[in-house]
Design a protein around this ligand. Structure first.
Ligand SMILES: Nc1ncnc2c1ncn2[C@@H]1O[C@H](COP(=O)(O)OP(=O)(O)OP(=O)(O)O)[C@@H](O)[C@H]1O
Length: 359
């Protein structure tokens, strides 16, 4: 079945799902487009603030109904709270038409998200150092840890304590190395497990993004969770993300995962800025000799095959691991070092594709 036919069949199946207040999901104005990829089906249900729990059963039934027609594809349904999107007509933000449901985040000119196909490839480390490298280019930069299931920004930036909350309930972000930083991780006790149900995670993301006093930022870097899921869908549907950077290691498996991760982006209208190859090669600390331990050029070839830009490669070096794991990002503590050069080159490649902040 073609993707459009499958989307239509899923929409018909959603007619069997009752929603709070009467009526069915297929006819509900808050139902987003149904996005079908080779491995997944994704859609969102916009509900009024406070109605997330009431819509929980409808979400479960929607997943079950979609699964009956979608075969082995993974079904991802998120509840987004806020005003249901208007039924017709584009809304306008900063002079540009934006798809229904997306609203700008006040004070933030551009949003760049950093994602990966799977965990452990160094996505968060790369996000932090790219944010610092963008700052080194003279931009005001913030970083939001959207990896709600495994937040690592507090460790990477050495954030201590909880963010302050103003009288009006808005978070004051942490300041670290000149970055404005927010992470759910700094609100958890050490080793506390994060168990979110989908709607809770998406509303936590909305709060972190929209109820933080970011000030005026040229760029907000968002560290996404690995893979694709509720958080990605929720973010891409509520905010205009100007581009996504995909981080991958050279191993083939990770690259296959990365391909899956990027497959869904164009369907949300989110541009892919390009691929960063992390832990690309190893420089022996004693001899300075370079070893392409996983083979070389895999990510660059994969990027070319997928028709996207190759933004650069970061070596596998002990100083990155040690500095990152102790809250001393190499880009901040050794801006003249070779590692910083690699991150700076990537930041410049990003800016060359996303020139001056336009909003
Ligand atoms: N270029 C590098 N050289 C050496 N170590 C690195 C490099 N990049 C990341 N690391 C290390 O790899 C580990 C995983 O990195 P990181 O937490 O950034 O990955 P991630 O993809 O964000 O993982 P998760 O999916 O768990 O969030 C960390 O210990 C980090 O210090």
């Amino acid at each position: 079945m073609a993707d459009t036919e499958l989307a239509a069949a899923i929409k018909s199946a959603l007619a069997a799902v009752e929603i709070p207040g009467g009526g069915d999901l297929a006819g509900y104005g808050g139902l987003s487009d149904i996005i079908v990829t080779s491995g997944a089906v994704a859609f969102a249900i916009a509900v009024a603030p406070g109605m997330e729990a009431a819509f929980g059963p409808a979400r479960e039934q929607a997943i079950a109904a979609a699964q009956t027609v979608a075969g082995t594809r993974k079904i991802m349904v998120s509840l987004t709270s806020g005003k249901p999107p208007p039924k017709a007509g584009p809304t306008f933000s900063h002079g540009k038409p934006v798809p229904a449901g997306k609203t700008p985040v006040p004070g933030i000119k551009r949003i760049i998200a950093v994602g990966s196909g799977k965990g452990g490839v160094g996505k968060s480390t790369t996000a932090v150092n790219i944010a610092l490298a963008l700052q080194a280019e003279g931009l005001r930069v913030g970083i939001l840890d959207a990896d709600l299931y495994g937040p690592s920004i507090p460790k990477l930036l050495g954030l201590e304590g909880q963010p302050a909350i103003r009288d009006d309930g808005i978070f004051s972000p942490h300041e670290a190395f000149g970055l404005e930083a927010m992470s759910i991780g700094s609100m958890l006790t050490k080793d506390q497990a994060v168990v979110w149900r989908g709607p809770m995670a998406t509303s936590a993301l909305r709060q972190l993004l929209r109820e933080t006093a970011w000030g005026q930022l040229d760029i907000l870097v968002i560290d996404l969770p690995p893979g694709t899921g509720d958080i990605h869908i929720s973010l891409f549907q509520q905010a205009e993300v100007d581009g996504v950077v995909i981080v991958s290691t050279p191993q083939d498996l990770a690259l296959i995962d990365a391909k899956k991760a990027i497959d869904m982006l164009p369907r949300f209208g989110v541009p892919i800025l390009g691929l960063v190859e992390n832990m690309s090669y190893f420089i022996a600390p004693d001899t300075g000799k370079r070893y392409d331990i996983f083979g070389s050029g895999g990510a660059e070839r994969a990027a070319a095959e997928m028709g996207m830009a190759f933004l650069g490669a970061i070596p596998l070096v002990m100083s990155i691991r040690e500095g990152s794991d102790s809250g001393h990002p190499p880009m901040a503590v050794d801006p003249a070092g070779a590692e910083a050069d690699a991150y700076r080159a990537i930041a410049r490649a990003i800016l060359s594709r996303q020139p001056a902040p336009a909003r």
